[in-house]
Design a protein around this ligand. Structure first.
Ligand SMILES: [Zn+2]
Ligand SMILES: [Zn+2]
Ligand SMILES: [Zn+2]
Length: 480
């Protein structure tokens, strides 16, 4: 049993460091870790000179569902640079010696104090359970965004370590599903970062892309330039022109030698030959073979997925403390007086087509963000919630015409299409609607002050409606 005193206040015995009332668990490379023991310490000091071992321990701790384990501060010591995303993203600082522990005690206390605010309502779905963990972590680290990192270990080439740590690397697409869910629940807001393509069979992204023969699907192709000889008009692959002996070029039809590109010949295109079936063709087929499930598919049938940087919305920032309140049902056709969002978007597209053929027509749309509606919704069951959202739709309906339509993107985001009105009139109409919505909340919910942010725009032909709506919504949601 090794006992040594590093200085007068730091103690070290049996892999436990003590400083004042605080005790920290030291895990050296290839040391054992009983995960349940972590909760009895104030922090973990992890030796990270071996990235694989450090990854294993970090994954064990951060993927736990015990809040006293997964939130534990982890400090790295003897750190060696690595590309491992879990090691790089899921620690709380790097120290060079145990002497630095006193400096970290304040961080530990701060984090423990923040953790006292967290809501502990049991999660009633898998998505909530996973996402609440990530929100709790962000809250205690005073962070507000979930960013993708390039990750060679991930089957998508990207990971969101805080969420990904709960899954196997080949299950990474489940992380994207959870993020999509959180976006629809108005917990996060996306900023486009990149796009990846996934296998349409197993949804992983490790793909081998190659050009294949359209008749036999072999990738054993040879590509050649086509040559067009101006004086005689002959067109053929460059190999027909090549002298086998000295490699000089002569036309096989008129035997003249070929000299200057652009003067006596040009290369109009390329030609492919399949070395498997001898087929000669101009256009090959680009296919992607999945290295996980071996499924081979044309690239046009791959599943495109956006990789976004996600920022927490106001609801998302509050959720660690208040708990996650979900809409509980699919928004859209189910609420009387409204249409589903994709239908709405299609109708706006038709509206633009109508305006194209008749320049006299005008159309506007208003976006309403009911910022604090969740304060009311969280006190209701699903049935009552749906009834309330129908009532809101009805109030809006009473103020618009039969040619206008409404959609909910989520319970806090309403979009209204207002046709055949001048923009200024559509704006006035929108303000009237907002006034009535506020009255409803004030009269029915104990003088509750509904906060509504809105924007009314004319529909124009040059903009893609979905993109514009996204921008507007982002401005409304992020505005503090
Ligand atoms: Zn696959
Ligand atoms: Zn072939
Ligand atoms: Zn010729």
């Amino acid at each position: 049993m090794e006992t040594k005193i590093l200085n007068k206040s730091i103690g070290f015995k049996d892999n436990v460091l003590t400083y004042g009332d605080y005790s920290l668990c030291y895990i050296e490379t290839n040391g054992a870790l009983k995960i349940d023991h972590v909760e009895f310490f104030d922090a973990v000091i992890l030796e990270s000179r071996d990235a694989d071992f450090a990854r294993l321990i970090i994954k064990k701790i951060r993927s736990s569902f015990d809040i006293n384990v997964y939130l534990k501060p982890i400090f790295l010591i003897n750190h060696k640079e690595t590309t491992d995303s879990y090691v790089n993203e899921l620690h709380d600082g790097i120290i060079f010696s145990f002497d630095q522990i006193p400096e970290k005690i304040n961080d530990i206390i701060h984090l423990q104090n923040l953790a006292k605010h967290l809501d502990h309502t049991p999660s009633n779905s898998f998505e909530i359970q996973i996402f609440k963990k990530a929100l709790n972590f962000l809250y205690t680290r005073e962070d507000r965004s979930l960013s993708p990192v390039v990750d060679p270990a991930s089957f998508l080439s990207y990971s969101y370590p805080l969420l990904s740590v709960n899954f196997e690397t080949y299950e990474e697409s489940k992380v994207l599903d959870i993020l999509e869910w959180a976006f629809h629940e108005d917990l996060i807001w996306p900023d486009y970062f990149d796009r990846v393509y996934l296998c349409n069979n197993c949804k992983t992204g490790r793909l081998s892309i190659r050009e294949t023969c359209p008749s036999c699907q072999s990738s054993n192709l040879k590509q050649e330039d086509l040559i067009h000889h101006f004086p005689c008009g002959y067109i053929g692959p460059i190999s027909d022109f090549k002298n086998k002996v000295d490699g000089s070029l002569n036309c096989p039809k008129c035997s003249k030698s070929i000299r200057h590109i652009g003067v006596d010949y040009d290369k109009p295109s390329v030609i492919n030959q399949c070395l498997n079936c001898n087929n000669v063709f101009q256009d090959y087929i680009v296919k992607a073979k999945c290295t996980h499930c071996s499924h081979d598919t044309e690239v046009q049938y791959l599943i495109p997925k956006e990789i976004n940087i996600y920022k927490l919305t106001k609801k998302g920032r509050l959720a660690p403390v208040t708990g996650i309140v979900t809409s509980g049902f699919e928004i859209g056709e189910e609420i009387s007086g409204t249409v589903g969002f994709s239908t709405f978007s299609t109708m706006m597209h038709y509206e633009q087509q109508r305006m194209k053929s008749n320049p006299q027509l005008v159309s506007n749309y208003s976006v309403l963000y009911l910022e604090n509606i969740f304060d009311i919704l969280k006190t209701m069951g699903i049935i009552k919630e749906k009834a309330l959202l129908s009532d809101l739709a009805q109030i809006i309906r009473d103020n618009i015409t039969a040619a206008d339509y409404i959609t909910y993107q989520n319970p806090s985001l309403i979009c209204i299409c207002i046709n055949d009105e001048k923009l200024v009139d559509a704006q006035i109409l929108t303000q009237t609607v907002i006034k009535k919505l506020k009255e409803l909340f004030h009269n029915n919910f104990n003088n509750f002050e509904l906060t509504v942010k809105s924007k009314t725009q004319a529909l124009v032909l040059t903009e893609k409606f979905d993109d514009r709506l996204r921008e507007i919504t982002k401005i409304l949601v992020e505005e503090i």
